[in-house]
Ligand binder design. Structure first.
Ligand code: GLY
Length: 313
């Protein structure tokens, strides 16, 4: 298998550009960053970048991470407000700092120092969705000790487990001409999340992992589950231990069954093996992913392997 880009289905707006970059001799890192940026800039996507649904207080907080499978270099940001392309900030964390993850005000300070531009991330459409559900429900002075606050948060958190209302995240994986694999994940996170909540997307090993020697994986869905089970790293580790890509995906899904979680929900994984073969899995039926090789004019959309909660494939 030669060059390839794999993405979650909402990566449609970026996969063509990512492949163009690979064909022009660009790196897998360049490809996954560029593809992700186009999703971050897609106002119609209410789960990533500008237009993402906000937290409980109406602020859009973005998380992203990027990783290169040669040398396991990685960078990530969490809880970033006001910067529309967190994936590019994550890449600069990887290249310019001796750190992996910056959060909140520190990440925004670094973005400003690095010359990134700010923008209003809350679109009118997302503001209206938020307002119709949350404005006026929570007093501005509420503290975590406020019982009503927590009651409302639980109520709205449950609402947000409805995928139509909670949205998703975007994943990009790519393998370039040199055989290097890169992976990128970006999200506005769980709609109506508690301010400051970070999901799996900025956590290397949870929502994103790649290693040229074995392959790559990235997740969308309920991030708390992928954090607790180290899902992306697990897929890659299972391949290292000799499982096929499909077996590794199924085993990582089965790992989630041990989690006690009142909000137990969707988990979707896209993955590549070290030879550049793609696959994806979900614990819900009827979900798809996309991929494009350098020999294809257009991306293909394929069903994900379904691994339901009781382990039936
Ligand atoms: N998987 C994205 C999130 O939970 O924030």
């Amino acid at each position: 298998m030669g060059m390839i880009v794999v993405a979650s289905a909402n990566g449609r707006v970026g996969i063509g550009r990512a492949m163009e970059i690979l064909r022009a001799g660009g790196s897998a890192l360049d490809a996954v960053e560029a593809g992700t940026r186009l999703v971050e800039d897609n106002l119609e996507d209410s789960s990533v970048g500008t237009g993402g649904l906000p937290n409980l207080l109406g602020d859009v907080e973005l998380d992203a991470s990027i990783m290169e499978g040669k040398g396991l270099r990685s960078g990530a940001v969490a809880g970033v407000k006001g910067y529309p392309n967190p994936i590019s900030i994550a890449r600069r964390v990887m290249t310019d700092l001796p750190h992996v993850l910056l959060v909140g005000a520190g990440a925004e300070r670094f973005a400003r120092e690095s010359g990134f531009h700010t923008a209003e991330l809350l679109t009118e459409a997302s503001r209206q969705v938020w307002e119709s559900r949350l404005a006026g429900v929570l007093p501005g002075w509420a503290t975590p000790a406020d019982v009503r606050y927590f009651d409302e948060m639980r109520k709205w958190s449950q609402l947000a487990t409805d995928p139509e209302k909670a949205g998703g995240t975007v994943n990009f994986l790519a393998k370039d001409r040199d055989g290097t694999i890169a992976s990128a994940v970006s999200t506005s996170g769980w709609a109506w999340k508690y301010p400051g909540r970070a999901g799996d997307s900025p956590i290397i090993g949870a929502g994103n992992y790649c290693d040229n020697r074995y392959g790559a994986a990235a997740c969308t869905g309920r991030g708390e589950m992928a954090i607790r089970a180290a899902t992306a790293r697990s897929v890659v580790l299972y391949m290292k231990l000799g499982m096929s890509l499909a077996e590794a995906l199924a085993e990582a899904m089965r790992d989630l069954e041990a989690l006690e979680d009142p909000f137990w929900g969707r988990m979707n994984i896209v993955a590549l093996d070290r030879d550049g073969n793609p696959a994806a899995a979900s614990n819900y039926p009827d979900t798809t992913y996309i991929y494009q090789t350098d020999g294809m004019d257009r991306y293909a959309e394929e069903p994900r392997l379904v691994v339901t909660r009781n382990g039936q494939g």
